[in-house]
Design a protein around this ligand. Sequence first.
Ligand SMILES: Cc1cc2nc3c(=O)[nH]c(=O)nc-3n(C[C@H](O)[C@H](O)[C@H](O)COP(=O)(O)OP(=O)(O)OC[C@H]3O[C@@H](n4cnc5c(N)ncnc54)[C@H](O)[C@@H]3O)c2cc1C
Length: 462
Amino acid sequence: MAWVLPQVFYVIPNALSSVSFARPISRVPIWLAEGNPFANYPWSTQPDAKLPEEVQVAVIGAGFTGAACAYHWAKHGKDTVVILDMNDPASAASGSNEGLIVMGRYFAMVKGTVRKHLDRTRADLTPAQRDKLASQFAAAYAKSAYKNADLIEKTIAAEGYDCDYARNGWIQIADERDQGALEESLHLDWRSGFDDRKIILPAEALNLGGIKLDCPASFSTGAAHFHPAKWVWSLLKTALEQPFVSLFTNTRVLRVEDAGDYYEVHTTRGMIKARFVINATESFTGLLHEQYRNLIEPVQTQAAFAGGGPPKMQPDIGYSCKRGFFGRIPHPPGVLFGSDETHLSYHEAGRNRPSRFITNFLIGELHNYFGRSSLHVTHEWGSTAGFTADEFPVVGLLDGKCQYIIGGMCGSGTAVSFNGARHVVQQILGLDGPDDYPAQYFAPTRLLAPEEHPWPESGNIE
Ligand SMILES: Cc1cc2nc3c(=O)[nH]c(=O)nc-3n(C[C@H](O)[C@H](O)[C@H](O)COP(=O)(O)OP(=O)(O)OC[C@H]3O[C@@H](n4cnc5c(N)ncnc54)[C@H](O)[C@@H]3O)c2cc1C
């Protein structure tokens, strides 16, 4: 904590001398500042529209995940699908984030979080077995995450989506005492076949991104940037071109009841019978499904946007350090920065209560790395991501029947949502496809009922 005092008494006051704040400051995420093309859809133009009485699939949530489900269904399905959101599409985490398409939480990190959890939950295994199992989990995750990033790129190109996509990488800063851990984690990634990250020297970082570093950093070569809300809206626009796809915003799902051959999806506007249900509700899942209250926790992260910013900071490159993230975005032009991981109770999902101290602190960090610049802060917001206890997502059947979930993406939704949605849609349609989310790793039983979870064969674990 020795770094706090100089930050509070020197770095922040010094950095703020070239910063102004709009009065009042907007709590609307910058990506939504120019309006939402699906605001109050379809009610704004069809106030008398009616929910369907019966559909094949009901998707709850219209963020990255729900919009991806709609897209894949529109491409492969024929039967009716309805997408329901209690607010507007991309109004939660998917329209509030940094806009970085990551190649996943990297292998060594995932192995670490899963290993810690297995130490608590799989005491029946030896430490060596837990270590092997954690590696298998991390490999399954990283494989599907790499594919996810590529699929997003291919889809944007094939559909001609205008969402400011650029694949320029992501610099992750490591300070002097973290250099050993950085090298070790990169070696572990490489040895396991995941070669996205490399080490760059300070001169290369300066050249690539205009950032001044004292030590080597990690660089994700495959990370990309986009306008996250435009991605969601583009997916929905494509999906809604099919007559069998419908979307209803400002329609909250109150509960889902199993009625035998179908589900009753009870909403604030009436009930829909659905043969399949996909929960794409991420940090809100505990509000709808009691059993997930402590399994997918809302974690608040906040961000801010400012016009101006360091002239040498390159657009569309991700930058992050231990205590925050930064980026220069093209539209609207300026810098976006954020931080914080505060675990909240399930009923606080979606909380938008950013701390000015954190904003000020991050401005200090921004100036440390890029030099002093003028900034005019106009937007400051918070939102929540969904975290599981082992920081590993769940993709699969929620109830062993026909209700699915894609969630617990732990702040890296771009690494799971699109490919995860494809997987679930293929499962529902009975299509053969790559099994990127095998049940032994991704099924929710891992957290809900570990004793019933189909763990990978212990014979595979030496
Ligand atoms: C500040 C911040 C920065 C981030 N940066 C990145 C990043 O750079 N890269 C990255 O990959 N990830 C990032 N994330 C995480 C990423 O935004 C999320 O993982 C992702 O958006 C989750 O998408 P989703 O569609 O599953 O959930 P959400 O976007 O949260 O959408 C869930 C939707 O479900 C709806 N809903 C919930 N309950 C109900 C109900 N009962 N009835 C009807 N509708 C309901 C909500 O209204 C919401 O629209 C960040 C998150 C934050 C907060």
